[in-house]
Design a protein around this ligand. Structure first.
Ligand code: AMP
Length: 428
């Protein structure tokens, strides 16, 4: 048997306690903001039938062509670890009868899997928080979702979040645009990078997203999608921009903005930040009015966004709003009589919602106090032979430098509550 140690899979990170605490702060903000906007959570399995993704995301997308974790289960069924959750939400909504002439405001949070080349901000297991709204056709709901996102960035204290927006159109306007775009790209194909040359036939919209400098130069002369929108689409887009202005949301129209998934049909948008480096988009979304019907449901309009948690946390880490988390009490116990008092006391404190660690592993007072100081607790309660015998406790503030106090056991909770408030302000 090999004794070499086993490491995690490339591109799949462990979240150690400190990282989890920061993640929890971001998750709490997400729960608060989605709640305030009236969105309800949905959770779906991380494994789905492969067809669900190939039929929704698009056969000629990077995700479906080369990034899915697909395998056969023991029954021979072809399954995939979800690369995103919109298709799953639609599948669940259809399956449970949520998407029949109804409206739904939903949010989700969970791990996604894509076999991409790992680098900063790009992983093989990553997490997405997302919003999906079903049943509304107008731009009012798109504006609402964008304002929910904007509010979340504000609550998290993020700076420099730039919203870029475009309108992809659907039906004949999209076809007409694609025809002209293809014609243009073909006429300049010799100047395009290899990837764009390949995408030209299968998915010409993706060429607009090329990061290649020479291709970008060519794209400066490319036809623009906004010139091809029909009257209704143009009206939708203008109205959406009006709504954003009404709620003081800054945006920039970027006519080359397209998304990596094929199902978008109307407004699309992305938030980017200069603080993120090469992978600068941290949230993106838009309208996908055809997807519900395409996956076997009724003809129901839909819109939403997906936000990468790792990139969001990266941005959050760069703000000043991070709070290191502290606990409350470390119980130092010296001898059996002290333990007889200490263990029941710890349970009483925990019942009163005061977080408490009891010293484990014995040790003299010096050793136990050193452990208390190294923990993230704010106050030590010291119980020695004498305290145990007299029904008293010694309270030693660990952060403020205040004098230690002797307190009667029956007064301890009130004293702790006051002192904890003081200690919190000294905790870094
Ligand atoms: P998408 O589902 O491709 O529209 O992406 C939405 C958001 O998910 C992006 O803006 C990123 O923040 C995040 N994201 C997508 N792929 C990855 C990845 N491989 N690693 C980390 N975050 C990702």
């Amino acid at each position: 048997m090999s004794t070499s140690s086993i490491s995690s899979i490339r591109g799949m990170a462990d979240y150690l306690p400190e990282a989890c605490e920061i993640l929890e702060q971001v998750e709490t903000a997400i729960r608060d903001v989605t709640d305030i906007y009236g969105y309800r959570q949905i959770r779906t399995p991380i494994v789905e039938k492969t067809d669900l993704f190939s039929r929704s995301i698009g056969e000629a997308t990077d995700i479906v062509e080369k990034e899915m974790y697909t395998f056969q289960d023991r029954n021979g069924d072809c399954l995939t670890l979800r690369p995103e959750a919109t298709a799953s939400c639609v599948r669940a909504g259809i399956q449970h009868g949520l998407l029949h002439n109804q409206t739904n405001r939903l949010w989700y949070l969970g791990p996604m899997f894509r076999y991409e080349r790992p680098q900063k901000g790009r992983y093989r297991q990553f997490h997405q928080f997302g919003i999906e709204a079903f049943g509304w056709t107008g731009p009012d709901i798109d504006a609402e979702i964008i304002s929910l996102g904007t509010r979340l960035w504000e609550v998290l204290g993020l700076e420099e979040t730039n919203l870029e927006i475009n309108y992809l159109g659907s039906g004949s306007s999209r076809l007409n645009y694609l025809k002209n775009l293809k014609k243009f790209l073909k006429s300049r194909s010799a100047e395009l990078d290899d990837y764009s040359q390949n995408r030209l036939e299968t998915n010409p919209l993706r060429v607009l997203d090329s990061k290649n400098v020479t291709t970008q130069k060519v794209l400066e002369d490319a036809p623009e999608i906004l010139d091809y929108l029909d009257v209704t689409e143009r009206r939708h887009f203008d109205k959406l921009l009006k709504y954003l202005e009404l709620t003081s949301i800054n945006y920039q129209v970027n006519t080359r903005l397209v998304r990596g998934l094929d199902y978008y049909t109307g407004a699309v948008y992305e938030w980017k930040s200069n603080y993120l480096g090469a992978q600068n988009a941290f949230c993106g979304g838009g309208r996908y009015d055809d997807l519900v019907a395409q996956l076997g449901g009724s003809d129901l309009p839909a819109t939403g966004f997906a936000c990468g948690m790792e990139r969001l946390v990266d941005l959050y880490n760069q703000t000043k709003s991070i709070k290191k988390r502290s606990g409350d009490i470390y119980v130092v116990m010296l001898g059996t009589a002290a333990e007889n008092v200490g263990y029941p006391l710890a349970e009483t404190l925990r019942r009163a919602n005061i977080s408490t660690i009891c010293n484990c592993g014995g040790g003299d007072i010096k050793k136990q106090l050193r452990r208390a100081g190294n923990s993230n607790m704010l106050i030590a309660i010291i119980i020695g032979e004498e305290e145990a015998a007299n029904g008293q406790l010694t309270v030693k503030p660990l952060r403020s430098g205040d004098q230690q106090l002797t307190v009667a056991q029956n007064e301890i909770i009130n004293v702790l509550r006051l002192q904890l408030e003081r200690e919190t302000s000294f905790f870094r």
